[in-house]
Write a protein that binds this ligand. Structure first.
Ligand code: SF4
Ligand code: SF4
Length: 287
């Protein structure tokens, strides 16, 4: 079943390892480990290559550029052995020569480069300069966006950073802070809430293209598990991030050939959708 303008998408956690250790990272320190071996990369590339049609493979981690095989196996493999669009979520800490090689290798095949601004780790001016350089390298056919987590203690800094990002001609994409509670989202206090609403555009009811407000799509039909799914660094495929968190929606393992995608959408049964990728790829239907 395929209707509408959905962009079939896989989110691939290339590695667990990250070169940063952000205080607000939703991935626990103990889970931020793991380097893919050549055989794993090989097996997953074969799996992606067999997906019918043209998908978007959005790579994340950890930090994907921190994977030893990222530039030697992962990126060239996706470009040369699949027809899919290549996207990446990165903290943009890789040295400029590496980023230049990435831009060259993915030219004409890059969908979106999403660069995360971590104020604990970088000076905004340096990050924006690097982001502008990267925006210029990836070419007009690809999108570039700067995202940042709305860390409650840093909202004034984030407002200023947003102005700098936008005045450099880049898209700024704030994200509410996720926490490991049943609600899943940090409970901003009365003082912070108007700032968060202004940053995300929630007050003006802007949608998932403007910011990640972790909304609820409970009850709405969702193509997670049909034309969207996530793959961990060990090849486990899950219908979506919420499904994985609740240990539901396991689709099989991409390395042992057991992945079975669903035929039809199912109503969302989760209280929040933590990531805007499904919404922005058209996966969520009307009630
Ligand atoms: S860069 Fe991302 S994955 Fe790495 S520690 Fe920071 S928030 Fe976590
Ligand atoms: S949490 Fe999001 S991706 Fe998962 S089923 Fe619900 S709407 Fe779909």
């Amino acid at each position: 079943m395929r209707v509408g303008n959905r962009q079939p998408t896989v989110e691939w956690q290339v590695c667990g390892v990250c070169n940063y250790d952000c205080s607000y990272c939703i991935q626990s320190r103990s889970s931020r480990t793991g380097q893919p071996e050549a055989g794993t990369v090989e097996g997953l590339l074969g799996f992606f290559g067999r997906l019918p049609g043209r998908w978007e493979i959005k790579m994340s981690g950890g930090e994907p550029f921190a994977a030893d095989l990222f530039m030697t196996h992962v990126v060239p493999g996706l470009v040369e052995r699949t027809v899919h669009t290549v996207s990446v979520l990165t903290n943009l800490s890789a040295p400029m020569p590496v980023l230049e090689r990435f831009a060259a290798a993915t030219r004409g095949r890059l969908g979106i480069m999403s660069a995360s601004l971590h104020l604990e780790r970088v000076r905004v001016r340096d990050f924006v300069d690097k982001a502008v350089a990267m925006r210029g390298l990836i070419g007009p056919g690809a999108q570039f966006v700067v995202n940042t987590v709305l860390v409650p203690s840093r909202l004034p800094e984030i407002e200023e950073a947003g102005r700098m990002v936008e005045s450099a001609g880049l898209r700024f994409f704030p994200q509410v802070m996720k926490v490991k509670t049943p609600a899943g989202v940090f409970p901003y206090d009365e003082e912070d809430r108007p700032r968060v609403d202004a940053l995300t555009g929630s007050a003006d009811r802007y949608g998932p293209l403007r910011a990640n407000t972790a909304p609820s799509y409970h009850g709405r039909p969702c193509w997670a598990g049909v034309e969207y799914f996530t793959v961990t660094q060990t090849g486990d495929a899950w219908a979506c991030r919420s499904a994985k968190r609740e240990k539901e929606g396991f689709l099989g393992n991409a390395l042992d050939g057991s992945v079975r995608l669903r035929d039809d959408p199912e109503p969302c049964s989760y209280r929040m959708c933590p990531c805007t990728v499904p919404a922005n790829r058209g996966m969520i239907g009307e009630e």
